[in-house]
Design a protein around this ligand. Structure first.
Ligand code: S3P
Length: 182
């Protein structure tokens, strides 16, 4: 088994706050931030909905795995992932090698309220997005929980409170000293 890296890796469902919390963590720690959605969009040169529409989900997932491979060896960093990254066992192994995996959870109402603010998620462009969310979340929960080193419930919390909680929890786990705070 590879030695685990020093990154803080955020996983979780769409609307869990991964992107915003990732930005806050990067600001608080001074570490570089990498976002697999941004890397994949940059690789294709178009938005994620356009990638799904033109190339299909499989092509998106392949590029997502490729992005994770590129991140290996980045050392201390904040790594933000897309909500479906845990579906491929290969991805989970790559995430595990990158560092400590933090699962950002939230109750369904919170997720739906946050997701509804923007309609950029191709997987929720269905006749009944609320039902799709319930279905997808039920399928994915075990994957998030299996992959995670720790879980932080973000429901009702501001991004900076979540970020601070993560840093405190990592400290308790003895993995915090590698992440200097400014
Ligand atoms: C996806 C989540 C999205 C993005 C893509 C697929 C998913 O990222 O990767 O639309 O399968 O849950 P966010 O979790 O940042 O919305």
């Amino acid at each position: 088994m590879n030695k685990r890296g020093d990154a803080i890796v955020l996983i979780g469902f769409m609307g869990a706050g991964k992107s915003s919390v990732g930005r806050t963590l990067a600001r608080m720690t001074g570490l570089s931030r990498f976002d697999t959605d941004e890397m994949v969009a940059a690789r294709f040169g178009v938005t994620i909905p356009e990638i799904f529409a033109t190339h299909g989900e499989e092509a998106f997932r392949d590029a997502e795995t490729e992005a994770l491979r590129e991140l290996s060896g980045k050392g201390q960093a904040i790594i933000v992932t897309g909500g479906g990254i845990v579906l491929r066992p290969e991805n989970v192994a790559l995430l595990h090698d990158l560092g400590t995996i933090v699962y950002l959870s939230a109750d369904e109402e919170t997720l739906f309220a946050r997701i509804s603010r923007r309609s950029t998620r191709p997987l929720l462009q269905t006749p009944n997005p609320r039902a799709t969310l319930t279905e997808l979340l039920a399928k994915r929960l075990p994957f998030y929980r299996d992959a995670a080193d720790l879980e932080v419930d973000t429901s009702g919390l501001k991004h900076d409170v979540v970020a601070r909680t993560i840093l405190n929890r990592l400290e308790e786990h003895g993995r915090g000293s590698n992440h200097p705070e400014r």
